[in-house]
Design a protein around this ligand. Structure first.
Ligand SMILES: *Cc1c(COP(=O)(O)O)cnc(C)c1O
Length: 232
């Protein structure tokens, strides 16, 4: 087995174990292979090993890479997003994880309206309350959901977080728990057009803990493709 196939197998194994431990069905958890900074060739290699869903964080890089990939895979956009770049994602990604403000949601709605589509989005919450990170505050989440849910060409499918980094995944667990709690609170409001089925949380260092806490989408890069050279 090549490295990527072996890494994917190990990750699925750990996801299955985390599901067993927490009494969840592994079919509720989807693995996103985060291919940022990695060439199209490696994306194809992962696809050949059975990986169908990929995540990208930088619009320009996605624009360059997407046409080079021929396999019929799905892309999610997971990185920080400026409104003026949404047009480059239109119709090309099946979900945007990083919506944290109304103006961005409005632009996504506008762009997907042009193709008569419905954009699936997640609302990113800054659970660690870190000034350096994007995401709406937990306090602002309800009002953001209410406003965004009025837009006709998008659908709120759940929440996403990027908690403070720690080498010890147990330190991150409370943030995952907080996102799940927020998701339940929003669900109880029973807002029309709002679903809270997806919880996008967990990366290479902590995805097993995130799965134990209810993640339905884990975003894993390094553990699949190896270390990245730092960008910028
Ligand atoms: C890069 C990135 C990941 C993957 O991180 P790894 O530690 O390499 O698994 C996950 N989520 C987001 C938003 C990212 O930008």
């Amino acid at each position: 087995m090549n490295d990527i196939a072996a890494n994917l197998a190990k990750i699925h194994d750990r996801i299955n174990k985390a599901c067993q431990k927490s009494g969840r069905n592994p079919e509720e958890v989807r693995l996103i292979a985060v291919s940022k900074v990695k060439p199209a060739k490696l994306v194809e290699e992962a696809f050949c090993s059975g990986q169908k869903l990929f995540g990208e964080s930088y619009v320009q890089e996605f624009r360059d890479k997407e046409p080079l990939v021929e396999s019929p895979l799905q892309w999610h956009f997971i990185g920080g997003l400026q409104s003026n770049k949404v047009k480059y994602l239109r119709g090309k990604v099946t979900m945007i994880h990083s919506v944290d403000r109304l103006s961005l949601a409005e632009e996504i709605d506008h762009q997907w309206g042009k193709i008569d589509g419905i954009a699936k989005i997640l609302l990113q919450v800054n659970v660690g309350d870190e000034s350096s990170k994007s995401g709406c505050t937990p306090e602002d989440l309800e009002s953001l959901v209410r406003q965004v849910s009025q837009l006709p060409n998008l659908k709120v499918c759940g929440l996403m977080c990027l908690p403070p980094h720690s080498d010890d995944p147990e330190q991150v667990r409370p943030f995952f728990r907080q996102l799940r709690e927020l998701s339940k609170q929003i669900e109880r409001l029973q807002l029309p057009g709002v679903e809270m089925g997806e919880l996008s949380m967990g990366m290479s260092g902590d995805f097993a803990v995130a799965v134990e806490e209810g993640a339905t989408l884990v975003r894993v890069g390094t553990a699949i493709f190896g270390a990245r050279m730092k960008k910028g």
